[in-house]
Ligand binder design. Structure first.
Ligand code: PXL
Length: 282
């Protein structure tokens, strides 16, 4: 049976993040992606001015009600950027209504990066994101979001010991079974992610070469590739490796092309890389 992934994020028309990353990337795995848009923006909010923003809070319940009448369920429910703090309650109801015992719930608590909230996100979102994380099987924060979820100040550098303490505190506070933490470094030359299995208390790392610059949307590229691998049956540890390698490949190509990094990374021309990493013949 073809897998079905519900993706609850905004559509930022320009800038390849949220749904414009999730739909193409997860589709590479052969899963069907069903979007539930939280807002429509002319571009994402990082580095652009004068972008439009249409909040879809009013539309989300009627859309979900239609699907409920059709008897829909999903193999994966993947939530990310929300358009308003009120959407937390709606998403919680959707998780209750559409997740079966076999559904994997992945919550990306999209709020912040490099120590700062995104421009439309206020601290009002924080408690709601904690509540969503408590309902997840897997959470995928970056280092900033992890610190904020714990009510801690973000630090520019985390040692391995500090990173591991962060993972264990998150698991304790939010009850997470699996945490995939992005933006982790082993040295100045590397960047990657840590995957923590709270049940076995094991932590694995995946690193790639760090490339200069700030690339928008890479958190969504990363989480979407992780989900692509999970739907192909990869373990969280192996899916994290796939996601790190694919994200690095997209960044490397974008860096080589010298394009404006606000427009996101070149996810399209690295689709063959993702197929190879997912071991899908083509
Ligand atoms: O990639 C995270 C993200 C998602 N959606 C919107 C954003 C951002 C980051 O800036 O602005 C609208």
């Amino acid at each position: 049976m073809q897998k079905k992934v519900l993706a609850i994020h905004d559509i930022s028309c320009l800038g390849r993040c949220s749904l414009t990353a999730a739909i193409p990337i997860i589709s590479v795995s052969g899963a069907e992606v069903i979007p539930l848009p939280t807002a429509v923006l002319s571009s994402h909010t990082g580095g652009f001015t004068d972008f439009t923003f249409r909040d879809l809070t009013e539309d989300m319940r009627p859309i979900a009600d239609h699907w409920k009448k059709l008897g829909f369920t999903f193999d994966v429910i993947y939530t990310g950027y929300l358009g308003s703090p009120e959407q937390v309650g709606i998403v919680k109801d959707i998780l209750r209504d559409f997740a079966t015992p076999e559904t994997t719930i992945v919550v990306d608590p999209v709020m912040a990066d490099a120590g700062q909230y995104y421009s439309l996100i206020t601290p009002d979102f924080l408690e709601g994101m904690r509540e969503l994380c408590r309902m997840a099987d897997i959470i995928t924060p970056n280092l900033t979001e992890a610190a904020f979820l714990l009510g801690e100040e973000y630090k520019e550098h985390y040692t391995q010991k500090e990173t591991e303490a962060l993972l264990r505190s998150l698991a304790q506070r939010l009850g997470s079974k699996e945490i995939v933490l992005s933006g982790v470094s082993a040295s100045e030359k590397t960047i990657g992610a840590a995957a923590y299995d709270a049940i076995s208390d094991e932590i694995s790392y995946a690193f790639a070469e760090k490339i200069d610059g700030f690339y928008h949307g890479t958190g969504d590229t990363f989480a979407s590739a992780l989900i692509a691998a999970l739907t192909k049956g990869f373990s969280v540890e192996d899916a994290t490796k796939v996601a790190v390698e694919y994200t690095l490949a997209c960044i490397r190509r974008t860096y080589a092309d010298q394009t404006d990094t606000r427009y996101g990374v070149d996810i399209e021309n690295e689709i063959p890389t993702l197929l190879r990493l997912l071991r899908i013949p083509f």
